[in-house]
Design a protein around this ligand. Structure first.
Ligand code: GRF
Length: 203
């Protein structure tokens, strides 16, 4: 499959996916990395791996729709089968999401449906939760609300602060995201108007 990855920052999930492709754990190729931030370190990671990069700076567009249209054009030129949001910190318009329906994944640092939105680690600590984690899900119009594909659970330890918890979750993200991407590349998972379809071995 032809994969386009959207980032805004460090790109450690992008790195995990690139590493999994390199080592043959994902049967797909990243054809383009798009960032809305010029200084995203993920752009450097992609360039180091010889992957074409584009920066589409949202601040140079008059509206959310105009920005989304440009991102969509860039993805479509690359004939992407799969769009991966990996720390992409922009909310995408309904029209954009519909255009890529069933083809776009996100990773969110919480055990969805708990803690949609921002500051998930802080919120899990404040709630005295015993467990936290991350979720890979299909993207639908509802923010962080699409069908769940995979979750990884971590314990919350007594002395945890936001940083320690975040880094424990991050480590699990780097395993969960490549796995979900490979399920899709291998045709083991599909999502369409009738919902998620899973290969029997995954059930
Ligand atoms: C991750 O915590 C992910 O769950 C969230 O944004 C962060 C991206 O980290 N959506 P990175 O840029 O992949 O290092």
């Amino acid at each position: 499959k032809r994969i386009v990855v959207l980032i805004s920052g460090s790109g450690s999930n992008l790195q995990a996916i690139m590493d999994a492709i390199e080592s043959g754990r994902i049967h797909g190729q990243i054809v383009q990395v798009i960032s809305n931030k010029t200084d995203a370190y993920g752009l450097v990671r992609a360039a180091n791996a010889g992957i074409p990069t584009t920066c589409i700076d949202h601040k140079t567009f008059a509206s959310r729709e105009a920005f989304d249209d440009e991102v969509r054009r860039c993805i479509d030129i690359n004939q992407a089968d799969l769009i991966i949001l990996a720390g992409f910190m922009r909310i995408l318009s309904a029209r954009f999401v519909q255009h890529f329906s069933g083809r776009m994944l996100n990773i969110h640092p919480s055990l969805l449906p708990k803690y949609k939105g921002l500051h998930t680690h802080q919120r899990a600590l404040a709630a005295n939760d015993l467990e936290h984690g991350c979720t890979v899900h299909y993207v639908t119009e509802e923010l962080d609300g699409g069908p769940l594909l995979i979750q990884a659970v971590v314990p919350i330890l007594q002395n945890d602060d936001e940083n320690s918890l975040q880094s424990r979750v991050h480590t699990r993200e780097h395993a969960a995201y490549p796995l979900a991407v490979e399920w899709i590349c291998a045709g083991r998972v599909r999502f369409d108007k009738d919902g998620i379809h899973l290969d029997e071995e995954l059930l």
